[in-house]
Design a protein around this ligand. Structure first.
Ligand code: BES
Ligand code: MN
Ligand code: ZN
Length: 505
C-alpha cells in the first residue's frame, strides 16, 4: 500500500472513498465525520439516529453519496465506547476499514486527519496508528501461489488529507512504515517453509538486513562454534544435514562502542522434536519455531530505519532439530559454552539448548541488558493461551519497561515467576542440569534453565512466544498465520531506551 499526504479540505477532495470514524453512543459526530456529513445531506447522522449504525468496535457500513459531494462513498467504522479507546482500537479499526475496501475491490481511499480537536491521539499519533493498523491488517503472503494470481485482491493507495500542517503526519507515517516493514519481514520469514527458510537462508537474510543498514555482521559456523565450545548449540545442530549457524548483527549508532542491549532469538527452522519425535499432527506448524529469530531480524531492520540512538546486538542461533544417525539422544551429557554440563532428557527441549550458548556468548559484549524471544514451550500456551507471551525477568525495571512497551504496541505479555526453588527439580544425577523436568510449570522451568546461562548480574528478560507467534484463526491486525509478535514491542522498548538503574533484582 502506498501512503500519500495531501494538504486540502476534505469537502473539496475528490475520492472514491473516505474512511470516517464514530464512537459508540456518542451524541456528537467526530469533527471530520460531521464535516462530510454536512456536505452529503446528513447521510451519516441519519443512519446513526435510525440505529442502523451504532459505532460498535469494528462495525462497518458503506454509504453512497449519490453525487452530493466529490467523495463517492463513505466507509463508516465504529470505534466502540470512548472510555475503552486505546491506540490499539484505532489500529484495529483501520485494519478493518482497509480490508473491507480491499475485499470490495475498492483499492483507494482518503482519510481526513485530525479526526477531531478532542480526539485522544494527536495528529502524528493518529497518522502513525492508522497507517500501521492498515498495513498490518492487509498483510497477505502470496509468494508461493501460482494459480489464479489475478484473483488476489490488493489495496493500493491511502491518501491522508489535512487542512493543517503536514509535518507531524509525515513523521507518523514514516514511523508506521518502518515498524510495519519490520513486522512484515518477520511474518514473511516465519511463513516461509523450512525447505526454503533454512539456517543458511535466514542467516543470509540477516546479513542482507545488516548490510543495507550498515550494521556490523558476522557468522559463527560450526567449526568456530566447536572451537568456542558451544556444545549445547552443536548438539542440536548435529542431527541435521543443514549446518547450524549463529548470526551476529551489530547496530551501532555512534562511532564510540557502548555496551549494547542484546537481542537473542530462537531460530529453530524446523522442530521435529528430534529423537524424542513429535506426533505427526500439527508438526507442519513447527516451521514457525524460528519466530523469535524472525522478530529479532525485523526489529533490527526497524531500529536502523528509525536511527534509534542505542547500540543493539542481535545473536541468533539457527539450526534444525531432526532425528538422524548423528542426532543427539536422550541421556547424552553435553558440555555447554558456559562450562555447565547438561543431561538431555528430551531432545524436543532443543530451544533452551541453543539459547543457553547464545546467552553465554552474549556475555562477551558486557551488555546493559539481554532480551531473548523464543517459541519455547507448549506449557506457556497451556498457561496463558494463544495470544499472550510469557514474560520472565531477573530485573524489575526491565520487566516494567517491557510491560509498558507491550501496552503501547498492543501485544500481550504476562509475568511469570523465576524463583530459585524451581531449580531443584532441574538437577541431574550425572550432570549439572537436566534439560527437562516433568510437566509441571513447564514454561517456568524452561526459563529457569535459561537463567543458568545468563551472564552474572546482567539484567535479562525472556519472552516465551510459543502461543502468540502463530495466529490460528486470524484477527483484525493479524491475518491467519505468522503474527510478527515482538517486533513492535521491542521497537517501542528501544525507542525510549535509557540505561537501567544499577543494583537490579
Ligand atoms: N518449539 C517447541 C514449543 C512450541 C510448542 C512452540 C507449540 C510453539 C507451539 C519446543 O521446542 C518444544 O518442543 N517444547 C517442548 C518442551 C518439552 C519437551 C519439555 C514442549 O513444549 O512440549
Ligand atoms: Mn522442541
Ligand atoms: Zn522448539
Amino acid at each position: 500500500m502506498e501512503v500519500k499526504i495531501q494538504t486540502g479540505e476534505i469537502t473539496t477532495t475528490a475520492a472514491e472513498a473516505v474512511v470516517l470514524f464514530h464512537f459508540e453512543g456518542d451524541v456528537n459526530l467526530l469533527h471530520a465525520t460531521a464535516t462530510v456529513n454536512t456536505i452529503t445531506g446528513s447521510i451519516v447522522s441519519r443512519v446513526i439516529e435510525a440505529g442502523d449504525f451504532r459505532g460498535e468496535h469494528l462495525e462497518n457500513m458503506i454509504l453512497f453519496t449519490k453525487g452530493s459531494a466529490p467523495i463517492e462513498r463513505i466507509l463508516l467504522i465504529g470505534l466502540g465506547k470512548k472510555e475503552n479507546f486505546t491506540a490499539q482500537t484505532l489500529r484495529e479499526a483501520m485494519a478493518q476499514a482497509l480490508k473491507t475496501l480491499r475485499d470490495r475491490r475498492q483499492p483507494r481511499a482518503v482519510l481526513p486527519i485530525p479526526f477531531d480537536p478532542e480526539f485522544p491521539l494527536d495528529m502524528e499519533e493518529s497518522a502513525e496508528t492508522c497507517v500501521l493498523g492498515g498495513i498490518l491488517g492487509l498483510y497477505q503472503f502470496t509468494e508461493l501461489l501460482t494459480r489464479d494470481r489475478e484473483k488476489i485482491k490488493d489495496f493500493h493507495l491511502l491518501t491522508i488529507v489535512s487542512g493543517r500542517k503536514t509535518k507531524p503526519l509525515a513523521r507518523g507515517v514514516d514511523r508506521a512504515k518502518a515498524v510495519a516493514a519490520g513486522i512484515h519481514l518477520a511474518r514473511d520469514l516465519v511463513t516461509l517453509p523450512s525447505n526454503q527458510a533454512t539456517p543458511a537462508f535466514l542467516a543470509k537474510r540477516a546479513r542482507d538486513v545488516a548490510a543495507q543498514a550498515g550494521m556490523g555482521f558476522k557468522l559463527i559456523r560450526e567449526p568456530e562454534a566447536k572451537k568456542l565450545g558451544m556444545g549445547a548449540f552443536l548438539a542440536v545442530a548435529q542431527g541435521s544435514e543443514e549446518p547450524g549457524l549463529i548470526a551476529v548483527m551489530d547496530y551501532q549508532p555512534s562511532k564510540k562502542k557502548s555496551p549494547p542491549v542484546i537481542l537473542v532469538g530462537k531460530g529453530i527452522t524446523f522442530d521435529s522434536g528430534g529423537i524424542s519425535i513429535k506426533p505427526a499432527k500439527d508438526m507442519d506448524k513447527m516451521k514457525h519455531d524460528m519466530a523469535g529469530s524472525a522478530a529479532v531480524i525485523g526489529t533490527m531492520q526497524t531500529i536502523a530505519a528509525l536511527s534509534l540512538p542505542v547500540r543493539v546486538v542481535a545473536i541468533i542461533p539457527f539450526t534444525e532439530n531432526l532425528p538422524s544417525g548423528k542426532a543427539y539422544k536422550p541421556g547424552d551429557v553435553i558440555r555447554s559454552l558456559s562450562g555447565l554440563t547438561i543431561e538431555v532428557i528430551n531432545t524436543d527441549a532443543e530451544g533452551r539448548m541453543i539459547l543457553a550458548d547464545a546467552l553465554t556468548y552474549a556475555g562477551r559484549y558486557k551488555p546493559q541488558a539481554i532480551i531473548d524471544l523464543a517459541t519455547l514451550t507448549g506449557a506457556c500456551i497451556v498457561a496463558l493461551g494463544d495470544n499472550v507471551a510469557g514474560l520472565f525477568s531477573n530485573d524489575d525495571q526491565l520487566q516494567t519497561r517491557l510491560q509498558a512497551a507491550a501496552e503501547e504496541s498492543g501485544e500481550r505479555v504476562w509475568p511469570l515467576p523465576l524463583w530459585d526453588s524451581y531449580l531443584e527439580s532441574m538437577k541431574s544425577d550425572v550432570a549439572d542440569l537436566k534439560n527437562v523436568d516433568g510437566r509441571k510449570a513447564g514454561a517456568i522451568t524452561a526459563a529457569i534453565f535459561l537463567k543458568q546461562f545468563v551472564p552474572q548480574s546482567t539484567p535479562w528478560a525472556h519472552l516465551d512466544i510459543a502461543g502468540c507467534a502463530w495466529e490460528d484463526k486470524g484477527s483484525a491486525l493479524v491475518p491467519k498465520g505468522a503474527s510478527g509478535m515482538g517486533v513492535h514491542l521491542l521497537v517501542r522498548l528501544l525507542q525510549s531506551w535509557k540505561p537501567l538503574d544499577e543494583g537490579h533484582k
